[in-house]
Design a protein around this ligand. Sequence first.
Ligand code: BES
Ligand code: ZN
Length: 609
Amino acid sequence: MVMACGTRKNAEKMKVENHSYSNYKEVSVSHLNLSLKVDFNKKELWGTSTLTIKNNSGANKLILDTRTLKVDHVAITDADGKSKEVTFEMGATDSILGAALIIPIEKNTTSVSVAYHTLPESEALQWLSPEQTHDKKNPFLFSQSQAILARTWIPLQDCPAVRFTYEAKVEVPPHLMALMSAENPSAKSKDGKYNFRQTKPIPSYLMALAVGDVEFKSLGRNSGVYAEPGMLAKSVNEFVDMQSMIDSAEALYGPYAWGRYDVLVLPPSFPFGGMENPCLTFATPTIIAGDRSLVSLIAHELAHSWSGNLVTNETWSDFWLNEGFTVYFEQRIMEKIYGRDYAEMLTALGRGELQHSLDDLMKEAPDDTKLYLNLDGRNPDDGVTDIAYEKGRFFLRSIEEVVGRTEWDAFLRSYFSTHAFGTTNTKNFIAYLNEKLLSKNPEWNKAVNTDEWIFKTGLPANCPVVNSKELQRVEEAVAKFEKSRKVADIQTKGYTTHHWLHLLRNLKSLKQEEMAAMDKEFKLTGIGNSEIACDWYRLSVENGYEAAYSEMEKFLNSVGRRKFLLPIYKALLKTPEGKKRAEAIFKSAEKGYHAVAAGTIRDMLKEAK
Ligand code: BES
Ligand code: ZN
């Protein structure tokens, strides 16, 4: 993964705690009752958000987060059920945080109701025309709330330290299905009206909504897949192991807390690989490779049902606690199902990605190589780098290697159950780790070196070494090729997606003829596997292999997953001609990207000016 947002241009001074204006310590929200009508013509949601509150400190106002929301009316209700309309205020608008919605409340106010609508530019939401979907027949809408975009479609306390249950009534055009991060329907309703219920308390960044022509198919006891009709069979085939992933995860770290685990396969503009919305992971269709080679992403989003959704980072500076734990856990699920060699191959690839990011970040923003991040005045999106994911994972793996699996797994199980439906932060984690685990053996503390991992830049010397037999085969082929410069010396028999990625990441400075020979031999330009395509197009740009450019442009115009867009645009921006090409591609492709992907690329292009 490449740094999401190399720029701090948007950063403004904010006197705001935890990227939220909300006074959540004074007034706590315990439940959300949402009622929404989905208007595809206007590209707006219209409705009401009613929050059940507890005025812990007798405060005279409730402050909520909003951004690009139009608030129409606000009413408060007291313990006797008496309601009245109140005059609300909107604070000044900040480009990252949006604007505070300030609502006068009374000591005995028990709920607050906000009538509002979103605007077409509300960033969490992407409204797709039929052409932008797989089946090209119906429009589609999906949300992406993490990190601080829930406030662009619901006025609430948009802060990961706050948890609430919710229920929702959503009205959509009758031929479409609505789905949320909650108990979901398995078939379309006749009248386009849907009711949802999330009975477990969740943080706001896990609020999610999708509307489209989708159908459901069960995959097992408590799992299934939703996709557009034309994608459903392929998705079912790709995800056959999902039920056993759930079972393996439970065997590792305790019961699955959310009832069902389903996956929704979205249209290709979805800006992430996956998003762990409770009960319903949102996923990119680019993981449907046809050979099940990219399903570790499902293991990852499933693992978040523990690390993230059950035990949540208290602030975005603690983001590594969500993602580092999840990558570690993902790996353990993969190992359990597909064996150690396969899992080590994935880990070795992760190590390579980490090195790449470290090399970049140590030059650009060394402080961002610390696990605990300083995000003051910054967009939390700046923290979405391989550091949280991969440095986080290798830190946990190094603890595993010091204390041994038995102790470590027991520790993790108790960590999840002790903090279930709560938050955790870096300081608490360190204290818990020391108290429950490292203090058991005087040698362990020193060997683990927690402080350096979390608070220092770069990578500690005790970072675990990964040896993947499978990937060594690839390295040998690269070495042979580097001597002979003959493509025939790269023996690709038995290569999986991961071997290809390792190959493409290790080939450097290729001549045009060599690129052409590889392309002829391996048929890489236009390849359907998007992971391989991404690395091939990056390599093509780096080596000026123009024969791949037209397919590359098609790729950049049809896929909106940020992880694939960034490396290619970044490679283009290294030369003046490349920059022109990048600008031209972005101009046509931008309208198909979700706002978070478009924003990152736009910033990159501006910075390169
Ligand atoms: N929760 C993240 C996605 C995310 C993080 C969205 C921060 C917005 C802000 C999700 O679990 C994730 O990590 N997705 C990865 C997949 C993965 C296998 C590492 C992705 O989208 O590439
Ligand atoms: Zn994740």
